[in-house]
Ligand binder design. Structure first.
Ligand SMILES: [Zn+2]
Length: 287
């Protein structure tokens, strides 16, 4: 999720302007950070994870010369300040990408959770929201289609470096969700959805189906050498660069693909424990 109403974003800026003197900044290769936290340790952790995520996205979706500016990241000192900025409707979140402000907001960690859970939550949040920021910047301030944007962000959030390779870990709840929703998938409808409909009354099913589709295209199809499917994410990304229109890019990415056959393939993949496990185990991406 990454949307924030414009009005709220403006209020947020005004509120922060009053406390300008407390804010300090720090830059890394691809990001500029601002924070009002007294210490630097948390910012350094966020910085390391986001740069790591950026390297992973850049391998899957090469940036070439597209990128011209560093991504902005704001790290709040208190949970309340974060919530005042993002709004009550995002009270469940630990970080949020806001394309209206061109800024990624990050909450401090909740001390009531054990350290390993906090680390995992932070990693997943930064890899998820970081993808929204990465692709928006790489596409010259354009938001791609929800099936691609939310699908990739969810599929990529569990990636991490193990030595020289990227690995992926699929949480059991993701598999359960995929099985719950994949049977009712109407692929054309999902591909045609705008954000209003995607975040509407069937939001949970839409998230799950977008994840199921993108995990298969990014991880399952390459592991099983199904090139016609594994080429789709890169085709969409390049078409967004060339045509700058999500509807055209979706059409071009799926040219020559029979959606009814792909739907059956998705149902078969997610119903088969061995295929799901092997795809995750065999998938690697070199650093
Ligand atoms: Zn998201």
């Amino acid at each position: 999720m990454f949307r924030i109403p414009v009005l709220l974003a403006i209020c947020c800026v005004a509120r922060l302007a009053a406390a300008d003197s407390e804010w300090w900044s720090n830059a890394s290769q691809h990001y500029i950070f601002v924070s009002n936290q007294p210490g630097r340790a948390y910012l350094k952790t966020v910085q390391r994870e986001l740069e790591k995520a950026h390297r992973c996205y850049g391998i899957i979706f090469p940036m070439g010369n597209y990128r011209s500016e560093k991504g902005k990241v704001r790290i709040f000192a208190t949970r309340q300040e974060y919530l005042d900025c993002v709004g009550k409707q995002y009270a469940w979140s630990g970080g949020l990408w806001n394309p209206n402000k061109n800024e990624l907001s990050i909450s401090p960690l909740d001390p009531k959770f054990p350290a390993d859970i906090r680390r995992r939550q932070l990693h997943d949040t930064l890899f998820h929201e970081g993808f929204h920021q990465f692709v928006f910047t790489a596409l010259s301030s354009r938001t791609p289609s929800p099936w691609f944007n939310e699908g990739c962000a969810q599929a990529l959030e569990s990636m991490d470096l193990e030595g020289r390779y990227w690995r992926i870990e699929l949480a059991p709840w993701r598999i359960n969700n995929a099985r719950k929703h994949i049977g009712g998938i109407q692929l054309q409808k999902l591909l045609d959805m705008d954000y209003k409909e995607f975040y509407g009354s069937n939001v949970d099913a839409n998230y799950s189906r977008a994840h199921s589709l993108m995990f298969y295209l990014l991880v399952g199809a390459p592991a099983e050498k199904r090139e016609s499917y594994s080429e789709i994410p890169r085709k969409y990304y390049m078409a967004m660069h060339n045509h700058k229109d999500p509807v055209t890019a979706t059409k071009l990415a799926f040219t020559g693909i029979d959606l009814s056959t792909l739907s059956k393939e998705l149902v078969a993949f997610w119903s088969n424990d061995d295929r799901v496990a092997k795809a995750s185990d065999n998938w690697t991406l070199k650093k």
